[in-house]
Design a protein around this ligand. Structure first.
Ligand code: ADP
Ligand code: MG
Length: 375
C-alpha cells in the first residue's frame, strides 16, 4: 500500500520558491557494464519512479514542478523550464538557472550542449537579444545594454574565466543589497555573435583545463552572468538592472551516501561547501526550515543571494542518469530535488520500458558481429 513520506512543505511564504525540474538523460549502454537496464523511468510530465533497492517489489515515486523524460529535446527543456523566466530580467528583476546532479548525468549537455544540439545557455542568450530587440522596437524611451561575465568557483575561490590571470575575487553587497564582484570582467555584447566569440573560447579553456586538472569541471561551478541594463533616454535617466545567472554546478556525487546527516555530511560538505550550502538554501527557500536562509555560508550562495529566492525567478534542473551505476547518486539528487515522494508497492517491470536504445545499440551489435565473423 502507498505510504506518504513528507518532504518540503510548499505553503505560502515570503520568498519565491525555486522551481525544480528533473531531466532524465537517455540510457547509455557504456555506462552499464552489467547490462541491467535502467532503474528509473518517467511516468508523466511531473512524476517519475525509481526502483527501491531495499525492496525490489517497491518503487519510489517522485513529484516535481516538471519532469523532462529522455526524449525531451534541448528546445523542449528550454521552452518549458527557462524561456518563461527570461522576460523578468528586462524589468529589472533577477533570474537564475542551475543545472544540478551527478557527474555524467547531463548538466553540461543541458546548459551548454553542442553545436548540433545547443543547450540552455545559447538559447537563453539568443532569447534575451530577441526580447531586447522587441523592447527597442517599442520605442518606450528606454535604451538597453547587455554585458556578460563568466566565472568559476573552485575550492571556494572565485575565478574570472574571461581574464584567467586574476586571483580569487571578492564578493560584495552594495547599499541596495545587490551582490557584485569588483574587478570581474564585464564584456559588452552587441549581438549573439559577440557572445559566441567570447564565450566559446572561455568555455573550451575550462574543458581542456579540467581533464588535466583532475576533473576540475566536476568539482567547480561554472557561472555565466548576463546583465541587462535599461536606461531612460530622457532625464532623470533612471536605470533598471536585471541579472541572469546560468550555472553548470559541480557534480552532486560529493554528497553521496551520507544519509543526509552527521559527520559524513560535514566531510562531504567540506569537499564542496558551495554545493552543500546550495542544497540548504534551496531547502530553506522551498519551505523546509523556515528560518534564516544560509546564503552567507558559501561563495556560490553568497554570489546568487540576490538572484535565488526573494523576488527573483529561479529554476533548478536536476539531471539524472538511468543506469544502476548511478543509483545512489540519483537517489540523493532526487531526494534533494523532490517536492514529495511516495513509496508504491509495485514491482518495477522492465518489460514495459520504452527506452530509445535500438538506434544506439545496433551499430555496436553489428560491429561485434563483424568481429565474431572475422575470428
Ligand atoms: P555532466 O556535465 O553532468 O557531467 P554531461 O553533460 O557531460 O554530464 O553528459 C554526459 C554524457 O551524456 C555526454 O556524453 C552527453 O553528451 C550525454 N548526454 C547527457 N544528456 C544527454 C541527453 N539528454 N541526450 C543525449 N545525450 C546526453
Ligand atoms: Mg559537466
Amino acid at each position: 500500500m502507498a505510504q506518504r513520506v513528507p518532504t518540503a512543505d510548499t505553503g505560502a511564504k515570503k520568498t519565491s520558491r525555486v522551481r525544480v525540474a528533473v531531466r532524465l538523460r537517455p540510457y547509455m549502454e557504456k555506462e552499464d557494464d552489467k547490462a541491467e537496464g535502467p532503474c528509473v523511468r518517467g511516468l508523466d510530465s511531473q512524476n517519475l519512479e525509481i526502483i527501491n533497492w531495499r525492496n525490489a517489489t517497491e518503487t519510489v515515486k517522485y513529484h516535481f514542478d516538471a519532469f523532462h523524460d529522455e526524449q525531451t529535446t534541448q528546445q523542449g527543456v528550454f521552452l518549458a523550464s527557462v524561456k518563461p523566466i527570461l522576460p523578468h530580467i528586462l524589468t529589472g528583476q533577477n533570474a537564475s538557472v542551475l543545472a544540478y546532479g551527478p557527474t555524467g548525468a547531463g548538466k553540461t549537455h543541458t546548459m551548454l550542449g553542442s553545436r548540433e544540439q545547443p543547450g540552455v545557455i545559447p538559447r537563453a542568450v539568443k532569447e534575451v537579444f530577441n526580447l531586447v530587440r522587441t523592447q527597442e522596437e517599442a520605442q518606450d524611451g528606454w535604451g538597453c545594454s547587455l554585458t556578460m561575465s563568466y566565472l568559476e568557483i573552485y575550492n571556494e575561490k572565485v575565478l574570472d574565466l574571461l581574464s584567467p590571470s586574476t586571483q580569487d575575487l571578492p564578493i560584495r553587497e552594495d547599499k541596495d543589497r545587490n551582490i557584485l564582484i569588483p574587478g570581474l570582467t564585464q564584456t559588452p555584447l552587441a549581438s549573439f555573435a559577440d557572445f559566441d566569440q567570447h564565450f566559446v573560447p572561455a568555455s573550451l579553456n575550462r574543458t581542456t583545463a579540467s581533464t588535466k586538472l583532475n576533473q576540475r569541471s566536476s568539482r567547480s561551478h561554472a557561472i555565466l552572468l548576463i546583465k541587462v541594463v535599461r536606461t531612460q533616454r530622457a532625464a532623470p535617466h533612471r536605470q533598471k538592472t536585471g541579472k541572469l545567472y546560468l550555472v553548470d554546478l559541480a557534480g552532486s556525487e560529493d554528497n553521496r551516501r551520507t544519509g543526509n546527516q552527521g559527520l559524513r555530511l560535514k566531510e562531504s560538505g567540506a569537499i564542496n561547501l558551495s554545493l552543500f550550502t546550495l542544497s540548504k538554501v534551496v531547502d530553506s527557500l522551498n519551505g523546509g526550515t523556515g528560518g534564516r536562509v544560509p546564503y552567507r555560508d558559501s561563495k556560490l550562495t553568497r554570489l546568487l543571494q540576490d538572484s535565488l529566492g526573494g523576488s527573483s525567478h529561479s529554476v533548478m534542473i536536476t539531471n539524472i542518469a538511468p543506469e544502476y551505476s548511478y543509483y545512489f547518486d540519483t537517489f540523493s539528487a532526487l531526494n534533494f530535488a523532490a517536492k514529495s515522494k511516495l513509496i508504491v508497492n509495485k514491482p518495477f517491470v522492465r518489460e514495459t520500458l520504452t527506452v530509445p536504445v535500438p538506434q544506439v545499440k545496433r551499430p555496436r551489435e553489428e560491429a561485434e558481429g563483424d568481429q565474431l565473423r572475422k575470428k
